[in-house]
Design a protein around this ligand. Structure first.
Ligand SMILES: Cc1cc2nc3c(=O)[nH]c(=O)nc-3n(C[C@H](O)[C@H](O)[C@H](O)COP(=O)(O)OP(=O)(O)OC[C@H]3O[C@@H](n4cnc5c(N)ncnc54)[C@H](O)[C@@H]3O)c2cc1C
Length: 326
């Protein structure tokens, strides 16, 4: 049986929640929010460190605290129906979604659609690092989930590849959990993450940051044993005789994020191949009228405060689209 809804939002992270609330405030009713996880909040649930909300709430909050503000608000709006454990597996050009729920496959047709599906992490394979394929190599955000949500420590002697914010936050997290973070390796001339994170997560814990260095090779049979590191010059060439090794049992990859846009691509939305984002001149719009994208799926944001602000705009756009259509 096909169900029809005015507005469907895919993704219950900060972007999806902000878009849903703003669409409701625009007068849209009959909103369905779909989230594959068992809880709302998206990636914020695993970000238990402070540093969220300074712009949006003028307060410093942890990720779960920030998410909770939106969760409380959205749960108070009866016109927004929330379906958890609802994974969208297919999307057609006519905005028909196929949803996998526990023991059930369902189809919903949306008059307007907002995709707030976030992003995924780049892997070791994408960074083209030579060597063996032992256990102990984790994307940094996955390691964060293992520690902060599952209560598992993935390793004790850690080398981090890449100096983006997730890697920086995880350097501090591993030290606080009793592990030794031996080095952070960055190919660029400067750290990729926010300066405040470099100071608070590396400098304060005496973790060495090797700029203009790259991991040349990973060694280890069953488990990571060591990494080979090379210094590079201004042209990006290896500097002869600069090779050295660091022994470790764990490597964290913090080498970038890829927006999750496979569903809209399936529906025929034009995609920028370099960034995996919708080809668009305007914030949150796509090449299919009535299909909007917000949050990290539209572009990778440093701060969740900007995600919340910009995603509200997606709710406004969806409201305007529905007014014209009806
Ligand atoms: C490790 C880490 C540290 C960070 N630290 C900070 C910080 O200190 N300060 C700060 O301001 N920001 C920080 N951020 C950034 C901030 O958390 C993100 O910008 C924000 O969470 C992005 O929101 P989003 O809703 O776009 O994506 P997400 O939070 O990823 O939410 C996307 C949601 O969509 C759901 N979804 C995806 N596909 C489907 C599907 N097919 N069907 C149903 N549901 C689906 C996912 O389950 C998820 O709940 C950090 C991010 C990370 C990863």
């Amino acid at each position: 049986m096909m169900i029809e809804r005015n507005l469907v939002i895919v993704g219950g992270g900060p972007a999806g929640m902000a878009a849903a609330i703003s669409a409701y405030e625009q007068g849209v009713n009959d909103i369905l929010l779909l989230e594959r996880d068992q809880y709302l909040g998206g990636i914020l649930n695993q970000c238990i460190h402070p540093g969220f909300g300074l712009d949006y709430f003028k307060e410093i909050l942890t990720g779960p605290e920030y998410a909770d503000r939106f969760i409380k608000k959205i749960r108070d709006i009866p016109q927004i129906e929330i379906n958890l454990q609802s994974l969208v597996v297919d999307l057609g050009a006519d905005k028909t979604l196929t949803i996998l729920k526990p023991g059930l496959l369902q189809q919903v047709r949306a008059k307007a659609l907002i995709m707030a599906t976030g992003c995924r992490e780049r892997t070791r394979e994408m960074a083209h690092i030579a060597g063996t394929r032992p256990a102990g190599i984790y994307p940094a955000g996955l390691a964060q989930k293992l520690i902060n949500i599952e209560g598992l420590l993935p390793g004790k002697e850690v080398v981090i590849v890449g100096s983006g914010d997730i890697g920086l936050i995880m350097a501090r997290r591993f030290v606080l959990e009793g592990a030794s973070v031996k080095a952070m390796i960055e190919i660029q001339k400067q750290a990729g993450g926010l300066l405040r994170n470099v100071i608070q997560c590396l400098d304060d814990f005496d973790i060495p940051l090797y700029l203009c260095h790259r991991i040349a090779c990973i060694y280890g049979k069953k488990r990571v044993e060591k990494v080979g590191i090379i210094k590079i010059d201004d042209q990006g060439n290896d500097i002869p005789d600069s090779h050295f090794y660091i022994e470790c049992d764990t490597i964290l990859m913090s080498v970038g994020l890829i927006p999750e846009n496979e569903l809209i691509e399936m529906a025929g939305v034009a995609i920028d191949r370099k960034t995996n984002t919708p080809l668009s001149q305007e914030l949150n719009k796509t090449s299919i009228p009535g299909v909007f994208v917000c949050g990290n799926a539209f572009k990778i944001y440093d701060l969740v405060d900007s995600v919340s602000g910009d995603s509200g705009q997606a709710g406004v756009l969806a409201g305007e689209y529905l007014k014209k259509k009806n």
